[in-house]
Every structure is written in structure tokens, then in C-alpha cells.
Design a protein around this ligand. Sequence first.
Ligand SMILES: NC(=O)c1ccc[n+]([C@@H]2O[C@H](COP(=O)([O-])OP(=O)(O)OC[C@H]3O[C@@H](n4cnc5c(N)ncnc54)[C@H](O)[C@@H]3O)[C@@H](O)[C@H]2O)c1
Length: 267
Amino acid sequence: MATGRTHRPATRSRGIPEATVARLPLYLRALTALSERSVPTVSSEELAAAAGVNSAKLRKDFSYLGSYGTRGVGYDVEYLVYQISRELGLTQDWPVVIVGIGNLGAALANYGGFASRGFRVAALIDADPAMAGKPVAGIPVQHTDELEKIIQDEGVSIGVIATPAGAAQQVCERLVAAGVTSILNFAPTVLSVPDGVDVRKVDLSIELQILAFHEQRKAGELAAAGTVVPAVAARQESAAARRGTAAGQESVADQGPDGDVPAVMPT
Ligand SMILES: NC(=O)c1ccc[n+]([C@@H]2O[C@H](COP(=O)([O-])OP(=O)(O)OC[C@H]3O[C@@H](n4cnc5c(N)ncnc54)[C@H](O)[C@@H]3O)[C@@H](O)[C@H]2O)c1
């Protein structure tokens, strides 16, 4: 059993590096926006800026697709949309099941962007019997008892897990046993999957933590330069006040058996 994201070689069998594959959806999103505005061609610099990628990297990425553009004209937008869609396997319809139809699962089911990108929500599945038959985004929720049958009947190969973390591994195993070979996991846990199963994990709190790291670094640089930014100062004050309250609560909650000696001294 492999743990977490399936370990694949850095280069896919058709010779496209994983890092390039990961950027293709960014190009596609930017190209789709251009196509919707009926823009016929785009330069590598313009497209790179729209996709948030360096233009030399973009040209290298497109060379793997055999797409070199025309000097002085750029890339044909419609053709690139087709080429990237084909490379990503988006020229066919992908039925997807979402398991766990709580706050997040319902939000995902209601998101219209999947259908326009070739992903059809084939079924919504939840363990709560009270939810069975209730429509979410116009699709009736089905009970987990039906999971295997749904996957086989619908030919589903992609599953989305939006259950609590404690249920995710078991849901994952049922999905895989039923024939799912790609999983998008929103639950905050690392999934174990057999070889040949791809797992992508989405964790917004990790993204926020990374942003917090950068914010902290920027604030440190400003402080070192002697610049006072009112928003930063206000945030620091409110964080200090929160810490004060938390410390106060901790000293009560952690009281020893006599009720007057904190077992852990608040810091
Ligand atoms: N990745 C992210 O950025 C992100 C953001 C928000 C929430 N989450 C995670 O997504 C998950 C869902 O969050 P939520 O707020 O929607 O929770 P929720 O409690 O509203 O919904 C969870 C749903 O899963 C169902 N469920 C429980 N066990 C199940 C099982 N074995 N099989 C099928 N369904 C089952 C419940 O009946 C419920 O409807 C949690 O793990 C949460 O931590 C992740």
C-alpha cells in the first residue's frame, strides 16, 4: 500500500513531466477566458501573465505538447484549448461521485464549474439515512449502501471524499474496491491507497497557513525597516489580547485537583 499521493515517476509515460501536467489546467483556464472573449491568438508572454507562470516555462511546457506557436502571431487560442483539453483527457465526459454531502459536499455539488470542464456529478452519496432521497443541487442523495452499485452502473473512476476525517479511509477503500482509480480528498487525513490509484488532496487550511507564513515574514521585514503598518499593528494587538484571554482560560481549565494550583502554568 502506498501512502497519500500515489508515487508516480516525475515524467509520465508520454514524456510530459508531472510539473507540466500540473500547469496545464492553469493555461486552460486562462485560454478559456480568452476564447470566451473571442480572442483568436495570444503571445506566450500574455498567456504566461494570465496563467501566473513564467513565459520561458510556458514555452517549454507547450513544446511537450508539440505546440510552438507562430513567430510574430503567437498561439492559436482555440487550437490550444483543444490540445490541452485532449491532453488532460477532458474531451470526454468524466462521471464523478461525491461522498459526504454535508456543508462541503453540498457546496461542491452546487458548483457549476465541474460540468463546464467535463466532469458530471453522477451521484451524491451519504451515510446518513435521513438524507437519502433528498435533492442537493437537483440530485437526490443516495445512501452509502448503494455506493458499489452506483460506481459500477455509472462507470465512475473519480471519487470525491468530503466526509469527516475518521470515515475517509474506509470510504476510500470502498471506492477503490468498487473500481474508482482517482480520488480527490478534502478530508484532513492521509489516505492509503494501492498502487495505480491517484490521490489529490485539497486542504484550504494548509494554503492559509502558507499565506500566514508569508504575512509573518513580510511583517517582520517591515518591522526591521522600522515601518509601522496600522493593519499589522492592530492585528498584533488583537492577537496579544486573544492570547491573554486564552491564557486566562487555560489557567482555570488546567487547575489541579485542589482547584487553586494550575497544573500547567500559562505562558
Ligand atoms: N479541504 C478543505 O479545504 C476543507 C474545507 C472544509 C472542510 N473540509 C473537510 O471536509 C469534510 C466535510 O466537512 P463538512 O463541513 O462538509 O462536514 P459535515 O459534517 O457538514 O458533513 C460531513 C458529511 O459526511 C457524512 N458522512 C459521515 N460519515 C460518512 C461515511 N462513512 N460515508 C459517507 N458519508 C459520511 C455525514 O453524514 C455528513 O453529511 C471534513 O473532513 C472537513 O474537515 C475540508
